[in-house]
Every structure is written in C-alpha cells, then in structure tokens.
Design a protein. Sequence first.
Length: 135
Amino acid sequence: VSEVVSTASDPGQCLEKLQAFLDQNQIAGTQILSCESDRTSTKVYVTGPKETLSALEKAMVTAIGFKLRTEKLCTVTATCTGVTSADLINQMTTRLSSHQIHPEKIWLGSMSITLLLPEQKRDMAIQTLHKMITL
C-alpha cells in the first residue's frame, strides 16, 4: 500500500490529477483503497502489484503536487461471518496492541474490517488475528 499526498484539497480533483499522472507515466493496475481530504490536502491510499507500486515510487520523485510517503504500508483484512461491530474491532486492536501493533487506519465493509499497518508488522498481525478464528 502506498500513501499519496496531494496539495489538492478537493478529493475529486485530486483523483482526476492522480489518474492523469498515472496515465502520463504509464502506470496501470493501481486500486484506490481510500481517499481522505481536509482543508489543505488529500491523502489517497493505493495498492497494486509490487511492480506497479515500484513504478509509482520512481515516478513520484519528479511529481508536482504529489508526495509519496516513504514508509512501507500494508493492509490486513478480516472477513467476518456476521456484521462488523465495535466490540470485534476492540478485540482485534487489543490483541494486536499486545504485540506492539497499532493500526493507523481502520476501514469497515459490511462484512470485513481492514487495518492499515506498517509493512514489517504484517506477518505478526496475520498470526495474531488468525488466533481469533473459531470454527
């Protein structure tokens, strides 16, 4: 996962400019995970194959109006058998905290919980969350 920060505060304009940048640099295969805007900037979280993210990293060096976060990120998603709940999220983050894993973002789907983490914490997060599975 890569975090792209844009000086554009309007998320629609940011995404349009980002797509033009990707097209101009012939970078295909990115998937937008999230787009967050405040009064001064917009953050876009994108993922894709390793080659695509590497190409994005190289192209961002000369990008105008965009900056790429240098820390490597990843997502870990738990698919639920029922709906997501605050209690389940609390159980997950409590277990992860015991291993010094603290999600930066939590994205919810109707039956899934996705955590944004530093890439080096991925394997431990998966192992920890797998222990929550009940058959």
